[in-house]
Write a protein that binds this ligand. Structure first.
Ligand SMILES: Cc1cc2nc3c(=O)[nH]c(=O)nc-3n(C[C@H](O)[C@H](O)[C@H](O)COP(=O)(O)OP(=O)(O)OC[C@H]3O[C@@H](n4cnc5c(N)ncnc54)[C@H](O)[C@@H]3O)c2cc1C
Ligand SMILES: Cc1cc2nc3c(=O)[nH]c(=O)nc-3n(C[C@H](O)[C@H](O)[C@H](O)COP(=O)(O)O)c2cc1C
Length: 524
């Protein structure tokens, strides 16, 4: 067969943890145009770069794992890459596989590409950064490999297949497509749907969406009254509501506020939290003697940029390009009055009061410890209070769509059944459809004595114990203060009462649940 380049050998090297990159590498060996060359297919760890010559084309297909790390069978290669000193003379192309929900998207593929180029290897195809929908990219890459071997060099350089990932510095402007109030009690809880078409964003049920807030105009106005008109631009984009210890230390020191200094001592952590609850920077300025005691510019320089706020995703995953991808949240509106000023949660208030068509700057992050294991069939015990129900809406949507049969118990807690039964209609519909087997509620204010999810768990102890014994996974989501200790305690009591275990065995049982990856918590 005629050859368009001087290449004699094609070395296909894969770095793969769960098999995706390896499968693609194997498929590449079946491509007819490559059969004109000597063909080698190996794990990256079995490749010695120093033995490759100018006649070789190295095709790297690799995923990224952990915190931007190489997959298991590329760890040795990764270490060798760092130590590499000689000039490289071969040609290469990198196809990176990753997941944009991770902070270090395709980081290992990017590193391999960067180091090879820096050491003199000749990049024949622009690097590919593929997301979970890598098949479409792979088909194009495979064609490009054939094209460059035919001598069409420009095709490789023209290829533009790099999925963009988003983060705190660069969010995706998602459009609000629906805002639905879920309760009638004082603090509104809303189901919010965002359109993420054309974002290239992917997520799975259980993951987290970060929303980048914008400065609140009323708070900037109040700052301008205190510090003068310049404050509007000085403090725009600054975090004025969640104050870090370093900012508070600066304020205490600049104003010689001994009381605040004292609250900042480690032993007074609880006191500081109580003091800060409901306060923004202007409250602290006032408690420190007023704006005249501060240099506005210096204070602005100390404040960080607005922090993105995390929200559990309340919809099943988006993993397919070309559909109509959306992401849903369940958000409690933060708005209250204090010291004669209206206060608005930086992220929740704009979200809950958004009109259809408004934009929200967002990015996703994987929450691997809180996802549903694919293809698993073990029972699920889902415990959520308030907006802690959000991820379970995603789970149930996922189960309804996939048709996977799992016995599901949902224990949901809120204040009043007639005002706060979030997602009632959907839950009842899933119950009728057989997706949700047991729906247990705990409405704390429906009766004289308080009744919470931990009480409901114990009242359903026999069922909970059976599901645990059948290999059930426990998920707990919601307020850390309300759930962290109480729910652990309820489960431990169930193990003793229904499992007939001693207190010591019960502690082991509970620990083993965590050790075997059957206990998942998302508390905030
Ligand atoms: C992993 C994770 C998942 C989360 N998931 C969800 C979710 O699904 N749904 C959800 O609604 N939230 C969720 N949160 C919480 C969310 O990130 C925000 O903290 C919350 O929405 C408030 O943000 P905000 O910007 O609106 O308010 P901020 O501007 O950050 O103000 C919050 C502050 O307001 C004060 N405050 C709040 N309420 C009152 C009140 N009634 N009276 C006086 N002061 C008050 C407190 O000082 C509080 O610290 C999650 C958090 C994490 C970490
Ligand atoms: C625990 C875990 C950690 C991961 N970490 C990252 C990461 O840091 N960056 C990234 O882009 N992808 C990450 N991924 C996604 C994988 O790279 C992606 O699923 C890829 O298709 C896996 O390919 P493989 O089967 O060849 O290993 C991670 C996946 C898992 C399950």
């Amino acid at each position: 067969m005629a050859r368009g380049t001087a290449i004699q050998r094609v070395v296909i090297a894969y770095g793969s943890e769960s098999g995706n990159a390896e499968r693609l590498a194997c498929r590449l060996t079946d491509v007819p145009s490559l059969h004109a060359y000597e063909l080698v297919c190996k794990a990256l760890d079995d490749i010695d770069l120093c033995r490759l010559s100018a006649d070789d084309l190295l095709l790297v297909l690799t995923s990224t794992f952990g915190d931007g790390d190489p997959p298991g069978n590329a760890e040795g290669f990764s270490a060798a890459l760092e130590a590499l000193s000689p000039e490289l003379h071969f040609s290469y192309a990198v196809f990176g596989l990753g997941d944009v929900a991770y902070a270090h998207f395709c980081a290992f593929g990017k590193r391999v590409d960067r180091v090879l180029a820096a050491r003199g290897a000749r990049r024949l195809i622009s690097r590919v950064d593929a997301d979970l929908d890598y098949e479409y990219f792979f088909a194009q890459w495979q064609e490009t490999v054939t094209a460059i071997l035919d001598g069409r060099r420009q095709d490789g350089l023209d290829l533009n297949l790099q999925v963009q990932s988003y983060d705190a510095t660069r969010g995706f402007d998602a459009r609000v497509v629906a805002v639905e109030r879920l309760n009638t009690s004082e603090h509104g809880v809303f189901h919010i749907e965002l359109d993420i078409a054309d974002s290239g964003m992917h997520y799975r049920a259980g993951d987290v969406l970060y929303v980048k807030p914008e400065s609140n105009a009323a708070l900037l106005d109040a700052m301008a009254i205190a510090f003068g008109a310049v404050a509007r631009s000085l403090f725009d984009g600054k975090e004025l509501r969640l104050l870090s210890k370093s900012v508070l230390r600066y304020m205490a020191s600049a104003s010689a506020n001994a009381d605040l200094k004292d609250k900042l001592k480690v032993r007074n952590r609880a006191q500081l939290a109580d003091y800060l609850y409901g306060k923004d920077v202007l409250d602290v300025v006032n408690d420190c003697g007023g704006a005249s005691g501060f240099d506005a510019e210096a204070l602005a320089a100390k404040l960080s940029d607005l922090n993105p706020r995390a929200y559990s995703i309340a919809s099943s995953g988006v993993t397919t390009m070309g559909q109509n991808p959306r992401v849903s949240l369940c958000v409690r509106e933060v708005s209250y009055e204090a010291s004669g000023r209206e206060r608005f949660g930086a992220a929740s208030y704009p979200l809950c009061t958004a009109a259809v068509g408004d934009a929200a700057s967002v990015f996703t992050r994987a929450n691997t410890d809180f996802r549903l294991e694919a293809r698993a069939i073990a029972p699920l015990i889902l415990v959520g209070a308030g907006t802690g129900i959000a991820p379970y809406i995603g789970f149930l949507e996922d189960l309804a769509q996939s048709g996977v049969q799992r016995e599901v118990l949902l224990v949901f807690g809120e204040r009043r059944s007639d005002q706060d039964f979030l997602y009632q209609q959907r839950l009842v519909a899933w119950q009728s459809a057989g997706v949700l087997d047991h729906l247990v509620t705990a409405f704390s204010r429906d009766q004289a004595s308080k009744y919470y999810v931990q009480h409901a768990l114990q009242d359903n102890g026999e069922l909970v114990w059976r599901l645990l014994e059948e290999g059930g996974h426990v998920y707990v989501c919601g307020s850390r203060d309300n759930l962290a200790f109480a729910v652990d305690d309820a489960f431990q009591r169930i193990v003793v009462t229904h499992g007939g275990q001693s207190a010591r065995d019960e502690a082991d049982y509970w620990a083993s649940l965590g050790d075997t990856g059957r206990l998942h918590k998302d508390l905030y």
